[in-house]
Design a protein around this ligand. Structure first.
Ligand SMILES: [Ca+2]
Ligand SMILES: [Ca+2]
Length: 208
């Protein structure tokens, strides 16, 4: 049995152009090899860059929130009857609509857990959402309609006080490349929640 010759010249007759079959196969094999090595490396570099962007974003937003002394937004509600005093409503600053997402422009952001009338009261109060109020340094591509999104397009989340961040203060986080965390509908049960939260990028250190 003869092995295929790697040489090109013997198979090319005068006046003939083009590649031999072996040359084509060798070339294709080399291209496939380069792609098989290069694409995963490129994807890995991109994934790392996205995580670093998200980490910087989460830290910047956490610092911007921490820079404010007032952590609640108090507004006047319409009086229940003519002549009655205006009741006040105090809401967690940066998440007035209590949907665990950093507020965008309240006129565009939904009412979240507020009633429509209370949501309107927030708009009327002059609250303009996190981005307009705190003006953190954020790349333009990470802002969509006044809402800050992570490199995977998911709005940043915020939670206030004990359940997430300790006795006082805010926790900011990105849901990570999988765009999921325990607040996404359809994620329930300890195993699914742990899996969804595994790649989240947090502004705090777990256990502190
Ligand atoms: Ca919100
Ligand atoms: Ca996640």
């Amino acid at each position: 049995m003869t092995s295929p010759t790697p040489h090109r010249l013997p198979s090319v007759r005068p006046g003939q152009h083009g590649f031999t079959l072996i040359e084509m196969l060798v070339t294709l094999t080399i291209i496939a090899l380069i792609l098989s090595i290069g694409i995963p490396v490129l994807n890995s570099v991109r994934a790392r860059a996205a995580r670093e962007t998200a980490r910087g974003l989460v830290n910047a937003v956490a610092a911007a929130v921490a820079g404010y002394q007032t952590k609640a937004w108090t507004l006047a509600l319409p009086p229940p009857s003519i002549g009655a005093p205006f009741p006040t409503l105090t809401l967690p600053m940066w998440d007035t609509n209590r949907d665990a997402l950093i507020d965008g422009d309240p006129a565009k952001d939904g009412p979240g857990k507020l009633s429509a009338s209370r949501h309107q009261a927030v708009i009327d109060s002059g609250y303009r959402g996190f981005f307009a109020m705190a003006q953190p340094t954020v790349a333009k591509r990470l802002v969509k309609e006044g809402q800050i999104v992570d490199p995977w397009g998911t709005p940043l989340r915020i939670s206030w006080a004990a359940d997430i961040y300790g006795a006082s203060g805010y926790g900011i986080w990105s849901a990570g490349p999988d765009r999921k965390d325990e607040f996404v509908s359809g994620v329930s049960g300890a195993t699914a929640i742990a899996e969804a939260n595994r790649d989240n990028i947090l502004s705090w250190i777990v256990g502190e």
